[in-house]
Ligand binder design. Sequence first.
Ligand code: MCA
Ligand code: AMP
Length: 491
Amino acid sequence: MTQLFPRLASPTSRLAVRIDGASWSYDALTAATHAHVTKLEEAGIVRGDRVGVFAASSLSTVAAILGNLSRGAVTVGLSPKLGPRELIHILSDASPKLVFADSDHQVPDTPTGLPLLRERYEGLQVDPCSIPIPVDGDAALVLYTSGTTGAPKGVVITRRNIAENLDALSATWAWTESDTVVHALPLIHVHGLVLGLFGSLRVGGALHHVSRFSPGAMAEALTDPSRRGSTVLFAVPTMYHRLAEAAETDARIATALSEPRLLISGSAGLPLREHERIRAITGRGVHERYGLTETLINCAVPAAAPPMPGYVGSPLPGVELRLVDEQRNAIDANDDSTIGEVAVRSTSVFAGYLNQPDATRAVLDEDGWFYTGDLATRTTTGAIRILGRRSTDLIKTGGYRVGAGEIEACLLEHPACAEVAVVGMPDDDLGQRIVAFVVLRDGQPDDTAPLMDHASTQLSRHKQPREVRFVDELPRNAMGKVQKKRLLPSP
Ligand code: MCA
Ligand code: AMP
């Protein structure tokens, strides 16, 4: 397909996007997208310019992102929940020419002088039109994501990355225009935005987005009586955990969870006990898939195969996958017990980190192999089992990737904090729970509230520690390096 979204090039009255109670057909979506393109023209935005989008859960946000694509502008995803520290970093790094925010939604203050476009494209009385968006190597998105150290980096994703990955997924999941994806994922990450929104539009189906996750709201969306065709649920493990908890005591939720033809989980590993609970509730199970912001999706269990608890499936069509040792030499083993780091090469591997050639070179070699930092085994049939990460400094909490270094840097700014080590503690609900071990400066009271308050004024909610524990000293090795593994419970 030479068009990224063929149904936007030749729109019809078919449902495209529903967000809570509001729906848009492809016709309406093209009209709203065109309205945004007009605003971009007026603002002098040209191909290649970066445009920030505060990704509130709204139809206008969808129109803005698609309008940027149509104009050739690169969307810099901004969560409306960003803390000031993160927002200033992203805006100064990406230097967008314009920032869009749905005028119906609250957004954090942006630095003065940065042009802010506040619009709402719902309810426009305008004619549908063709919105052609070619599949080429141009950048489409810059999505900020955490590394082990330092501030988040901007991952540059191209239109070709997106198209190729979605085509591989649609083949693997038999994903067609008859499907409506239901999800409650933020429209700011690969999971909710690229897979959920762009994937649905590329196959010509629909997305039903729930703006705030709760088992009840998901049950309602999954059993929406106005829907025709089949549903597919996209969710992170924390959501499956909460859905399973609720379904065990509420038959309505159990029935709704049995509705989709496919339950897909990703962004973090789904524990075996959750696989088991959902299989018991629904009679079928959950299909996992595995990816990163930098590579999009690499592996998935096909819809035609039964779920594979513990495994994320085999590489998608077009994805080459290797397990490598610490020197990055390929390991040939497929015994499901030899552990190596996952390296991948595909047309969906990103174009690099914005403004960070050294950081890009550190993970992407000259032959196009991307080193994920994930540790895994492989079976004789090629199924991959993700066992953890090379570094304890990358935490996955609720499906969000959080760098320990960013939280540590924030806490160290507080005058009471002499030393800090942030770790992800195992957690049944979140997968990992952020805990900060803090050595106080002499004479400071052992009160966690000031440190928690400081983090809450600077960081997004999901990056704030759930707990602060005071310690006299941090465990260090003979070289003085903090040994975080000693702060974690023994396996
Ligand atoms: C949250 N709360 C807190 C803290 N954090 N309270 C104290 N300290 C904190 N640190 C508050 C919340 O504001 C909320 O309050 C209440 O506690 C419950 O919060 P929480 O347990 O976090 O639940 P939640 O806010 O409902 O979030 C759970 C969630 C969320 C919905 C599963 O984590 C989520 O949306 N995850 C999706 C992440 C995602 O999309 N990842 C994709 C990136 P109140 O109720 O008052 O508001 S990964 C990706 O793109 C790759 C390619 C991939 O593989 O997919
Ligand atoms: P992000 O860039 O936020 O998408 O985070 C990517 C990371 O999420 C990967 O490097 C993995 O550690 C983790 N991840 C994604 N999907 C899975 C999965 N199905 N099982 C285990 N880990 C996963």
